[in-house]
Design a binder for this molecule. Structure first.
Ligand SMILES: CC(C)(COP(=O)(O)OP(=O)(O)OC[C@H]1O[C@@H](n2cnc3c(N)ncnc32)[C@H](O)[C@@H]1OP(=O)(O)O)[C@@H](O)C(=O)NCCC(=O)NCCS
Length: 317
């Protein structure tokens, strides 16, 4: 066995190994793997490695990230992320995973990271460690990772014959975003959600987004809230619809959802989500995922139930 640098010449082998291990829970599409693990400017190659056996077969890999995008967005400079660590079932308990993690951690530390997070990277697959992989949680705990709490993906199924009405609130206009409002939308994100959501919105437009993936709430013509809505036609495969190969019918995604901090508590958040649902339903979608949230009660009001649980882990270096 040898540990060698991650190389995009081996992309098919990496995807094959992923699908051999995870295809039931998370079937990997080539376009998603390219988008999130090769085209993301934040992939940190000095901390990304493959394990190959004597016949040069890929038997494990680790992909790590550091914030490296030159975009002027406030993202954490002291964090290193492990996007994925995977060792083939037949090759487990031989120290390969430990070796891969050690190499990634050393490189992240040498680059200035003072904290490592499992998942939750820019363009992530997992917000953190899927709770169903109990052994993985224990494995990371033995290596100094600290459990910080749980996060959830939620799911709702709709009856295709039932209508989903567009909500209505006095003094509020509800619109699907258009390119005409692109600057106003970016200003809203920069003012209210600087950092990750702002970054994702800038990237969305850079990747050809036209606005159809956002419903916005306006008050006196000014954006005060938004809800991202994704489906199979979106130019970016967003966090909540990367599950679509698991379903035989079209999958939609709700989130991120956010209301201007001075406008919260007025029913606008609920309205933004209900508007997003109604638009997705009008696009023929009857299954919707809301990913990576802790406010289960808020979405529970609209019938969403826990679908997946993740255990959040961090290690201080
Ligand atoms: C979460 C958020 C979108 C809610 O928007 P809002 O306009 O303040 O919420 P609303 O006024 O529409 O709330 C309606 C109901 O949800 C409840 N609610 C609001 N925020 C909640 C929360 N964080 N957790 C649980 N319930 C919540 C309210 O108590 C209210 O309940 P009621 O109808 O029984 O009185 C808003 O607080 C926000 O932008 N937060 C920061 C971004 C964020 O966390 N987004 C969600 C990430 S997954």
């Amino acid at each position: 066995m040898k540990i060698i640098p991650l190389n995009n010449n081996r992309i098919n082998d990496l995807i094959d190994l992923w699908n051999k291990e995870f295809s039931k829970e998370f079937p990997m599409r080539r376009e998603l793997f390219i988008q999130n693990s090769f085209e993301d400017e934040n992939v940190f190659l000095p901390g990304s490695w493959m394990a190959v056996d004597e016949d040069n077969h890929v038997i494990g890999f680790i992909i790590s990230k550091r914030w490296q995008d030159p975009m002027p967005v406030p993202m954490p400079a002291d964090v290193g992320w492990i996007q994925v660590l995977l060792v083939s079932k037949e090759e487990r308990n031989k120290g390969i995973g430990s070796l891969l993690l050690e190499k990634a951690e050393m490189a992240l530390k040498a680059d200035g990271a003072t904290e490592i997070q499992l998942g939750g990277d820019p363009l992530h697959y997992f917000p953190s460690v899927p709770a169903e992989y109990e052994k993985s949680s224990e494995w990371f705990e033995h290596r100094g990772y600290e459990y910080l709490g749980s996060e959830y993906d939620l799911l709702a199924n709709y009856d295709s014959t039932a209508e989903s009405e567009m909500p209505n609130l006095d003094g509020i206009e509800i619109e699907i975003l258009t390119l005409k409002d692109k600057d106003e939308m970016l200003k809203f994100m920069n003012r209210v959600f600087p950092g990750r959501w702002e970054y994702e919105t800038i990237r969305y437009f850079q990747k050809g987004g036209t606005g159809r993936e956002f419903v916005v709430l306006k008050k006196a013509g000014k954006i005060i809230g938004s809800c991202r809505i994704s489906d199979e036609h979106s130019s970016v495969i967003y966090n909540n619809v990367y599950w679509s190969p698991l379903f035989s019918e079209p999958l939609g995604g709700i989130g991120s959802v956010g209301i201007d901090s001075t406008e919260r508590g007025n029913g606008y958040g609920l309205t933004a989500v209900l508007a997003g649902i109604s638009i997705l339903r009008s696009r023929g979608i009857n299954k919707i995922v809301i990913d990576w949230t802790t406010i289960v009660d808020f979405y529970g009001k609209m019938g969403y139930q826990i679908w997946k649980e993740y255990r959040k882990y961090r290690k201080q270096l």
